[in-house]
Design a protein around this ligand. Sequence first.
Ligand SMILES: [Zn+2]
Length: 312
Amino acid sequence: MEINKKTFEPGETGLTNIHIANLPSGTNIDLPVHVFRAKKEGPVLLICAGMHGDEVNGVEIVRRTLEGKLYNNLTTGTAIVIPLINIFGFINFSRDMTDGKDVNRSFPGRKNGSLASQVAYVLSKEIFPKIDCAVDFHTGGSARYNYPQIRYTKGNEKSKELAEAFAPPIIIGNRVIEKSFRQEATKQGKFIIVFEGGESLRYDGLSLNIGIEGIMRVMTHLNMIPTNAIKQADYNTTFIEKMYWQRAKKSGIYTWHKSSGTYIKKGELIGSINDPQNKYCIPVKAEKTGLIIGHNNATVISNGDALFHIGW
Ligand SMILES: [Zn+2]
């Protein structure tokens, strides 16, 4: 296998740094790609995170798998591990690139396009053709918490199989987003699942644990690590078919009473919105019966802000 003009033989482990660009300061920015190959042929799995630079849970999940030497004794196949794709966003505490462009809306990318497009191009040309499947790790938005969940491409049975092997608390089958990593890799015939857990710029222990255990279950499923390494999930997986964003009917100071991972019934009190001058205190009642798959942790909210992502 050749990545970035560096050859990795069966049984070999190594690192290659793909040059991306310089910072305005002149500092060189390379994309480090870790490669672990078993002696025996097998599936090629890409594990990556940080496409959105502020989505730290994904980055930390992948870092911890490196720290735990998860890939060092593969029985078959190859693991390609990229803990942090958007280095520019990471150092700026931002989801996007320096020019505000989203790498995950820039695929397949162009060699001479925007910086986001160039990073997408490197992945599309240098990495995707070498892999069979991938787990792409994300985190929720700013103050927007996502209960640990896997998204697979609806109608793509192989990606559903990977999602089930991961065994997260929530599985959502949805369509791919235009110009996303998942769309381009799926076009190239690869099977992709996307993990979401926690909120940006904040560690979430539950998401970290479920993310790490999920990678191990996927690798066991692919016969890349021994089956005795697997930890069965101690919860049931819920398949979500329909989703609804419940929004604030008034602006004010917000408190949630129910959070992600909780089943709620239509009409149930799940939050409250208060006026700072104490002119009103409005109960937030569930508009749907279902499972809270994401919620807003913001204290100050405006009319129309998304409060709860409810799935059923
Ligand atoms: Zn993301």
